[in-house]
Design a binder for this molecule. Sequence first.
Ligand code: FAD
Length: 382
Amino acid sequence: MDLTFNERETAFRQELRGWLAANPPDPEPEQGGEDAHYAWRRDWQRRLYEAGWAAPHWPAEYGGRDATLTESAIYFEEMGRARVPLPANILGLLLGGPTLMVWGSGAQKERYLAPILSAEEIWCQGFSEPDAGSDLASLKTRAVRDGDEWVVTGQKVWTSGAQYSKWCMLVARTDPDVPKHKGLTYFLMDMEQDAVQVRPLRQITGEAEFNELFIEQARIPEENVVGGVGNGWKVALTTLMNERAGLGFALQVRMRQLLDDTIAIAARRGLLDDPLYADALADLHMRCEQVRLLAWKGLTDVERYGQPGPEGSLVKWLWSETNQRLTQLAAEIVGPEALSAGTSWSYELLRARGNTIEGGTTEVLKNIVAERVLGLPRLKAA
Ligand SMILES: Cc1cc2nc3c(=O)[nH]c(=O)nc-3n(C[C@H](O)[C@H](O)[C@H](O)COP(=O)(O)OP(=O)(O)OC[C@H]3O[C@@H](n4cnc5c(N)ncnc54)[C@H](O)[C@@H]3O)c2cc1C
C-alpha cells in the first residue's frame, strides 16, 4: 500500500479544497425541522451539481469527472474535512446511479441518471422487510406480471429518505417456485402512486430518517425492470457493493473530527492528565488510524483486483464499534450537554446506536470475516 499521492491526485484535492472554501453551504437551518434540513441538503447538492462536484466518481459521459478510486476517496475525505452536509440524493448518487451504469438499458441510463445528479429526483432503497434484513433473499414482497406491467404487493421497512423519494430501488419476488435467490427481480418503482404508503419510523434521535412502505398493488411498467426478470439478486449485490465504497471515507474523517473535538474538550477540562481518560483517548486514536489505513488498503485491493474484498466488512465493523465507543466516552467528557436533547453531542451519541445495524450488522460482518477472510468453518444454521 503506497499512501503518497501523485500530481494529478494532489491537484484534484487542491481544486476541490479551493472550491469548498470559496463555496460553503448555507448555514444549517435552525427552524423548520427535518423538511427544512432536507431542503438545505438538496440545495447543497444542486450547487455541487452546477459546479460539477456532485459525483466525481461517475463517468464524464454521465456528468461525473471520471475520478479514479483514489480521487473518489479524496473527494469524500475532503467533504468530511470541510464538514459540509451529505448531498440529499446520496443513495441515488452512490447506489442507484452506479447500479444503473452496470445493469441499466441505454434508455434507463438516458432517463434516470441526470435527475439523480441534479437532485431533481430523489432515490430510496427498498430492500429490507420485516422478516428479511440480514437474510435479504427471504424477502416476500411479490410482483406479478399483468400485461406489460408488474403488480407489486408487500411491505418494506427501514427505507431511508422514502418520504422525499420519487424512485425506489425495489427488490421483489417474481417467481416463488425457484430457490429463494433465483426468483427475485430488481425494479424502479414510482413512489408517487396511491398504492405506495410511506409511514415514518421515529428513531431514538427524534428524527424519522427511515420509514415503513406499505405497497398494495402498485404498478410498475416492464421497462422499469433493471437487469432482467429473475436476475434481481445479482443486481442487488451491485447496489450493496457500492453501499460502503465511498461513504466510508467521509465517515472515518468525521469520526476523526469528533475525536479531535473530544480531545480538545478533555484538554480544556484538564482531563488529559487523568490516566483513565488519557488511555481511553489514546486507544480511540489508534482505532481511528486503523480504520483509516484499512479503508485505504481496501481501495488498493480494488485497484489491484478489480473488486472490493471481504476485508471491507472489517472496516465497517471497526468504524461502527469505534464510533460507538467514542460517542460514549465523549458523553462522559462533555458532561450534561451530551445528555440534553437537541445538542449535537446527544445526537451523535444516540445516532451511533444504529451504526452496528445499518449497512450490515456487526454479527453478520463477523461471520463474513470469519469465513471469508480467516477461512474458518461455515456456521451451520441450528
Ligand atoms: C439507520 C438505518 C438505515 C437503514 N436504511 C435502510 C434503507 O434505506 N433501505 C433498506 O432496505 N434497509 C435499510 N436499513 C436496514 C438494514 O439494512 C437492516 O436493519 C439490516 O440489514 C439488519 O436487518 P434486520 O434489521 O432485519 O435484522 P435481522 O436480520 O433480523 O437481525 C436481527 C439480529 O440477528 C442477528 N443475525 C441475523 N443473521 C445472523 C447470522 N447469520 N449470524 C449471526 N447473527 C445474525 C443480527 O446481527 C441482529 O443482531 C437501515 C437500517 C438502519 C439502522
